[in-house]
Design a protein around this ligand. Structure first.
Ligand code: ITT
Length: 199
C-alpha cells in the first residue's frame, strides 16, 4: 500500500519518496489529484501545530494513516522569521523566487557573521484512533548574498553550507538526502513507524 503525505508540494513528495519508500517498501503519495480533500488553512504559530493539523485533517477524511511535513527557514538575524510563514514570506501565493528576493532584501547589509539560519522540518504522523506523533529535524547554514545552484527548491539556492562551501542547491540531491532537515526528521519517523506500526 501507499503512505499518504498531506502535501501539495511536489518537491516534498519527491524528497520524502526518496527518503522513505526504499526503507519501508512502499510508495509515497501526495494529495495532488486526490478527491474530497478540503483546503487546509495553516493558521498555527508553530511547525508542530501546522503539521499536526494537516496530518489529522487528512487522516480523518481518508480514515487511514497520514504523514504531514511542515517546514521552513528560521533566520537568526530575523528572530526566527520567516519560520511558519516561509511559504508566503513575500505574500500569499508567492513563488520561490519572490520569497528568495524578499529574504535577500530583509538581510541587506547584514554581514556574513550574522546570517546564520536553520532549515526546520516537522513531520506529524496521524493514525486514526491513536495519539498523533511528531518528529523534528534541523539543518544549520548561512544565508548567502546571492542565489547559487539549480537543484532542490524553495530557499535551497540561498542556503549556504559553510562546511562544504556550496549552497544546498549546488550540493544536489545526494548530499541533501543525507544532511537536510527533512532527512533528519525522516530518520526519526522511520524509527517511529518501525517501533509502533506494521510498516
Ligand atoms: P504543503 O503545506 O502542501 O506541504 P508548502 O510548500 O506550503 O506545502 P510549507 O507550508 O511547509 O509547505 O512551507 C514550506 C516552505 O519552506 C516551502 O515553501 C519552502 O519555501 C521552504 N522549504 C521547506 N523545505 C525546504 C527545503 O528542503 N529546501 C528549501 N526550502 C524549503
Amino acid at each position: 500500500t501507499d503512505l499518504v503525505i498531506a502535501t501539495r508540494n511536489d518537491h516534498k513528495v519527491a524528497e520524502l519518496d526518496t527518503l522513505l519508500s526504499g526503507e519501508l517498501g512502499l510508495r509515497v503519495l501526495g494529495l495532488k489529484g486526490m478527491e474530497g480533500i478540503p483546503e487546509i488553512v495553516e493558521d498555527r504559530d508553530t511547525f508542530e501545530g501546522n503539521a499536526v493539523k494537516k496530518a489529522e485533517t487528512v487522516a480523518g477524511v481518508l480514515n487511514r494513516p497520514v504523514v504531514a511535513d511542515d517546514s521552513g527557514l528560521a533566520v537568526d538575524a530575523l528572530n526566527g522569521d520567516p519560520g511558519v510563514y516561509s511559504a508566503r514570506f513575500a505574500g500569499p501565493g508567492a513563488t520561490d523566487a519572490q520569497n528568495n528576493a524578499k529574504l535577500l532584501q530583509a538581510l541587506q547589509g547584514v554581514p556574513e557573521s550574522r546570517r546564520n539560519a536553520s532549515f526546520i522540518c516537522v513531520i506529524a504522523l496521524a493514525v486514526p484512533g491513536e495519539e498523533t506523533r511528531v518528529v523534528r529535524g534541523e539543518c544549520t547554514g548561512r544565508i548567502a548574498v546571492s542565489p547559487r545552484g539549480e537543484h532542490g527548491f524553495g530557499y535551497d539556492p540561498l542556503f549556504f553550507l559553510p562546511d562544504r562551501g556550496v549552497t544546498m542547491a549546488e550540493a544536489g540531491p545526494e548530499v541533501k538526502r543525507r544532511i537536510s532537515h527533512r532527512a533528519r526528521a525522516s530518520v526519526k519517523l522511520l524509527q517511529l513507524l518501525r517501533e509502533r506500526y506494521d510498516f
